[in-house]
Design a protein around this ligand. Sequence first.
Ligand code: AMP
Length: 191
Amino acid sequence: MFNLILFGPPGAGKGTQSEKLIEKYSLIHLSTGDILRSEVAAQTDLGLKAKELMDRGDLVPDEIVIGMIRSKVESSMDANGFIFDGFPRTIAQAEALDALLSELGTSITTLLALTVDEAELIKRLLNRGKDSGRADDADETIIRNRIAEYDNKTAPLIGYYQEQDKFTKIEGTGSIDDIFNRLCESINVLN
Ligand code: AMP
């Protein structure tokens, strides 16, 4: 299996690039943000618990997202591989993902990290908020909280994956196609 983590702060372009990558490489897209938003829309117990945290731009508890990912991965083990988008976001999530994949006889192939400066992230998210209907894209204070959550809890994953020799930075500015081509070049070396 080819299992890719598409990494980066909110607004780095992970969702956009994942859509293009799954098509080219026939991978399954697992976005914990998308899964959580569908739970919120369906007003499940899990969705009701997560909504308040998501609307504030705080991370939801590790157990919740780890449980969601486990059931999605286990039910798609016949796939060519997965793109993890927005997961893992904490060291505990990364450890749980490694343990789950190893239990299932596979592992993370690589992590590609989209780099975009903070001013550009805020601009992109505010812009997306005009039509995304997402409360967490509409307000600069919430966006800054999401970036702070990334800096405090998610950025430490860089070291975690560097230690495993699986971390590559990809310049995340420029046209969507330019960024996509950079990602593909890195993937083609490994695939
Ligand atoms: P995203 O669509 O990836 O920007 O995620 C939107 C929101 O969902 C985040 O701000 C968090 O509240 C929540 N979320 C998504 N993925 C995770 C995760 N892996 N761990 C914790 N919270 C998450």
